[in-house]
Design a protein around this ligand. Structure first.
Ligand SMILES: NC(=O)c1ccc[n+]([C@@H]2O[C@H](COP(=O)([O-])OP(=O)(O)OC[C@H]3O[C@@H](n4cnc5c(N)ncnc54)[C@H](OP(=O)(O)O)[C@@H]3O)[C@@H](O)[C@H]2O)c1
Length: 313
């Protein structure tokens, strides 16, 4: 009962900003994007569905070569078919929840041949049931955070992310409901598993990791974290059917969800903390309780490093 009330409060609090209402209110004040990405190489994870697909197609339309990563070969083929320049849409079949597969992908010739100008760490799943990968990781933890950690750090170590590259982490408004917590991040048993809490913690972790990477890397590459707003996608339909049923008339479309990522890739604002929504910087915290993290960004980094090393040893 308490939890239902808390959810109700949360969704009512953010409805005006995160729904299509917020997007429509702000959009008239924006300059149109130039949308010219000629000569750039983009790597987009989760490129076959929802927001990732809208980003991949827009980048390709703007002349970028897009390395499109997702699991399903048929969806990858369809993405290529729908691309403006199919010859510049390179499908990469990979499961982001497997660290072995991510490490292999990162070393594959297709990726390793030239630096990536724009990396969009977009895949994110909210799983209602506990599951584990073959490497013994809770599946949403592996997909949402560890896979992107291995990918991003690996690309940078290999010199494939450079000073003029940008990394965009796709987080969520779910961050406003949780502090940074190590325990909730990677459950090891089904007992007491709470997929929603795990998802929010991963999204909070993306914000912390973004800050840490910027601090350590000093803008080479620049790393941004963003929230796409509430978007009507297959992911939302399958993970949050009640949310979708209640708010379907207020959800954004995938192109609206993709807008801020395209804007960040083009505008490349100075790094200044916070999380982007609708082309503007928003605070990392809206409530005092989320400031009281149970671990630091450094602890998080160490933990991710150890988990990745265990899987890759
Ligand atoms: N939709 C929203 O309202 C909303 C709100 C806040 C934040 N976000 C964030 O925005 C991002 C995109 O969300 P979305 O709603 O567009 O997602 P979606 O509709 O569920 O699309 C998921 C994409 O990720 C791919 N994918 C899923 N698991 C994968 C895995 N293990 N390895 C590789 N690819 C995988 C899927 O393709 P395959 O199945 O072929 O692999 C598909 O291309 C996520 O990070 C999400 O947390 C979304």
């Amino acid at each position: 009962m308490l939890r239902a009330l808390a959810s109700l409060f949360f969704y009512a609090r953010f409805l005006r900003e995160f729904s299509a209402l917020g997007f429509r209110r702000r959009q008239p004040h924006w300059k149109p994007l130039a949308g010219n990405y000629r000569g750039q190489r983009w790597l987009v994870t989760g490129a076959t569905g929802g927001i990732g697909r809208a980003i991949a197609l827009a980048a390709n339309r703007g002349g970028a070569t897009v390395l499109a990563a997702a699991r399903d070969q048929r969806k990858l083929a369809k993405l290529r078919e729908d691309a403006t320049c199919p010859e510049q849409l390179l499908p990469i079949a990979v499961d982001l929840s497997s660290m072995t597969a991510v490490a292999q992908m990162r070393n594959a010739a297709q990726i390793a041949e030239r630096p990536v100008d724009v990396l969009i760490n977009n895949v994110g799943v909210l799983l209602n049931d506990f599951g584990q990968t073959e490497e013994g990781l809770e599946t949403s933890f592996a997909t949402n955070i560890l896979g992107h950690f291995v990918l991003t750090e690996g690309l940078r170590d290999a010199g494939l992310l450079q000073s003029d590259s940008v990394v965009i982490n796709m987080s969520s408004g779910g961050i406003y409901g949780t502090p940074l917590r190590r325990e909730a991040m990677a459950a090891s048993t089904a007992q007491g598993y709470d997929g929603m809490a795990a998802y929010a913690t991963h999204k909070r972790a993306q914000v912390a990791l973004t800050g840490l990477w910027n601090q350590r890397w000093n803008g080479s590459p620049r790393v941004y974290v963003m929230h796409p707003g509430w978007v009507d996608t297959a992911g939302v339909r399958s993970s949050l059917p009640w949310f979708r049923a209640t708010l379907k008339h207020f959800l954004r479309d995938a192109e609206q969800g993709a807008d801020t990522a395209l804007w960040l890739a083009e505008a490349r604002p100075e790094i200044d903390g916070g999380i982007y929504l609708d082309r503007s910087l928003q605070p990392e915290h809206c409530f005092a309780f989320t400031r009281r993290g149970e671990c630091s960004a450094e602890d998080l980094h160490q933990y991710l490093e150890a988990q990745a090393a265990r899987c890759l040893s």
